[in-house]
Design a protein around this ligand. Structure first.
Ligand code: HEM
Length: 441
C-alpha cells in the first residue's frame, strides 16, 4: 500500500472541509517572476499540509495552486513545462467545446479574471469564522501588496450553506472516494478505497501504473490537478420549473430528487425511492452505501439523474473497475446569498457553485465525466444531457423511467451557466519550495 507523505501533500487533497466555514479564493496575476517566487516563499509557511489540517496555523486553512501560465511566469524550465499533460497546458477555455461550454456558457462570456493569460495563482483561504478569515486574509494580502509585479485579479468569496442546504435546496459534498493509504480519512464501511495514484501524482493508480508526471519528480510528486469552475445557478428558474410541472410540494420535491438522484437531506433515491428519509442521511456509512444493480431501468434512481451519471457505480456494462478510473475528489463550495425561501422570481443576484474537481488526469477523470457522462447520454442510451448541468436552454429533455410508460420532461431550461473556469496544478509543499527557489543559483 502506498504510504502518503502527509507533511508534503496539501491538505485539501486528503482532508475535507468542516461543515461550517467561510472562505476566499484570491486570484492573482504574476507579472514579475521574482515577485511571484517571493510570494510563494512567503506563503510557504502558511500552507496547510494534510498533517496540519486538524490544527491549521492561526485557525485558517491555506492552500495554493498554479495555472500553466503561472508556472511559466514563475520561470519553471521549458523541459518541465513540456512535461505537463496537454489539457493542462492548453487550459480549460480551449477545451470548451469538449466540456459543453457553449451558448451563454461559452468562454467569450466568461468573467474576465478567468482569462488564461492573466490568471496565474490561486490562494484559497478557508476558516471556521469571519474573524479568523479576516486575519488570514490580511496576512495573505500583505504578502503581495508589498510587491510590484503582482496584481490581484479577483477575490472570490465562498461559504458553506447557512442551513446545510445549497442553492438548489440539496445537501452537497456527500459522496467522495476514499484514497488508499489515507489514514486521515479512512474509507466508509464496506467501501474499497481507490488507489492513491488517482489523486496523488507519483503513486500507483487504478490501472496499476504510475503515470508519468511533470518532471523533475520534486515538481510533480505529491501534487494533483484541479478543475475549478464558477457555475451560476438559476435557482428561480429551477423552482419555477418544479412549480410548473408539480402540483403539490411533494410532487415538486420528488421531481427535483429525480433530477439529482438524492433527496434534499442527501438520502439517495436508491435507498428511499418514494420519499425523503432524512435519518438515512445522518449516517455517512449508510447514505453512501448503495449500488444500482437492483435498479437496472432506473425506476428508483433515474439513469439520467445527476449522481447516477456522475458516478454510475455498478450500472454500466463495463465493470466497476472502469468506473473507478473516472472518479473525482470534489471540494466544491458555494458563492452568493440564498434566494429567499419560496421566491420564484429571479432577483438578479449572482449565486452558484464554485466547483472544484481534483484528480491526477484532467482528461481521463474530470473531462471524461463532464463530456461523456454528464453532457452526452449515449452511455445510457438517452439523447439528453444531465438535467442539472446541461445547457440546452429550453430544449433540454429529461426522462424519468416509470412503468408502464416512462415520463418525459420537455423544454428543460438551462439551470446552470458557466461563468469561467481554469485548470490548476496543486503542487506539493516541496514543489512550491522548489519553484520559489528557481533562479537562485
Ligand atoms: C450545476 C452545478 C452542480 C450542482 C448544483 C451539483 C450538485 C450535486 C449534488 C446535489 C450532488 C449529490 C450530493 C453529493 O454527493 O455531493 C452531486 C454529486 C456529484 N456531482 Fe455534482 N453538481 C454540479 C456540477 C457537477 C459537475 C460539473 C460535476 C463533474 C464534472 C459533478 C460531479 C458530481 C459527482 C462525481 C457527484 C457524486 C456522485 C456519486 O458519487 O454518487 N457535479 N452534485
Amino acid at each position: 500500500m502506498a504510504s502518503l507523505d502527509y507533511d508534503d501533500i496539501q491538505g485539501i487533497l486528503l482532508q475535507e472541509r468542516p461543515e461550517k466555514y467561510v472562505g476566499m479564493y484570491l486570484l492573482l496575476q504574476i507579472d514579475d517572476s521574482e515577485s511571484g517566487r517571493s510570494v510563494l516563499k512567503k506563503l510557504l509557511p502558511e500552507i496547510t499540509s494534510a498533517n496540519r489540517w486538524e490544527k491549521p496555523s492561526d485557525g485558517a486553512w491555506v492552500n495554493g495552486a498554479l495555472t500553466y501560465k503561472g508556472l511559466e511566469k514563475l520561470g519553471v524550465p521549458k523541459e518541465s513545462l513540456e512535461s505537463f499533460p496537454a489539457e493542462f497546458r492548453e487550459g480549460m477555455s480551449s477545451r470548451a467545446e469538449k466540456l459543453g461550454d457553449f451558448n451563454e456558457s461559452a468562454p467569450e462570456n466568461w468573467e474576465d479574471y478567468f482569462e488564461e493569460e492573466r490568471l496565474h495563482l490561486a490562494i484559497a483561504i478557508f476558516s471556521p469564522d469571519e474573524e479568523r478569515l479576516k486575519e488570514a486574509l490580511d496576512r495573505a494580502r500583505k504578502v503581495y501588496d508589498e510587491l510590484d509585479g503582482i496584481t490581484l485579479l479577483y477575490e472570490l468569496r465562498v461559504s458553506s450553506p447557512e442551513n446545510g442546504l445549497s442553492h438548489m435546496g440539496f445537501t452537497e459534498g456527500i459522496s467522495n472516494p476514499a484514497i488508499e493509504g489515507n489514514e486521515l480519512h479512512p474509507p466508509l464501511k464496506g467501501e474499497t478505497p481507490l488507489k492513491a495514484g488517482e489523486f496523488i501524482i507519483g503513486k500507483e493508480n487504478e490501472k496499476g501504473n504510475i503515470e508519468e508526471g511533470p518532471t523533475p519528480n520534486i515538481l510533480g510528486n505529491n501534487g494533483s490537478y484541479m478543475a475549478l469552475r464558477k457555475i451560476h445557478l438559476r435557482v428561480a428558474a429551477f423552482r419555477s420549473y418544479l412549480h410548473e410541472k408539480g402540483e403539490t410540494d411533494e410532487e415538486r420535491e420528488l421531481l427535483a430528487a429525480k433530477m439529482v438522484g438524492r433527496w434534499p437531506s442527501g438520502t439517495p433515491l436508491s435507498l428511499s425511492p418514494d420519499k425523503d428519509d432524512p435519518k438515512l442521511a445522518l449516517d455517512e456509512n449508510v447514505r453512501n452505501d448503495f449500488l444500482y444493480k437492483d435498479d437496472p431501468k432506473g425506476l428508483k434512481c433515474p439513469l439520467s439523474s445527476h449522481v447516477r451519471r456522475a458516478n454510475p457505480r455498478d450500472s454500466l456494462e463495463d465493470s466497476i473497475a472502469d468506473v473507478n478510473i473516472h472518479r473525482l475528489l470534489r471540494r466544491s463550495t458555494m458563492y452568493g446569498p440564498l434566494l429567499p425561501e419560496g421566491e420564484l422570481a429571479d432577483d438578479g443576484t449572482d449565486r452558484g457553485l464554485i466547483f472544484a474537481g481534483i484528480c491526477t488526469s484532467l482528461s481521463r477523470q474530470y473531462e471524461f465525466i463532464k463530456s461523456t457522462w454528464l453532457n452526452d447520454g449515449n452511455f445510457i442510451e438517452l439523447s439528453e444531457e444531465d438535467p442539472i448541468t446541461g445547457n440546452k436552454a429550453g430544449e433540454g429533455m429529461y426522462t424519468i423511467p416509470e412503468e408502464p410508460f416512462r415520463k418525459r420532461m420537455h423544454g428543460l431550461p438551462a439551470f446552470s451557466v458557466t461563468k469561467g473556469g481554469t485548470y490548476f496544478f496543486i503542487p506539493s509543499i516541496s514543489a512550491l519550495k522548489w519553484i520559489s527557489e528557481l533562479g537562485e543559483n
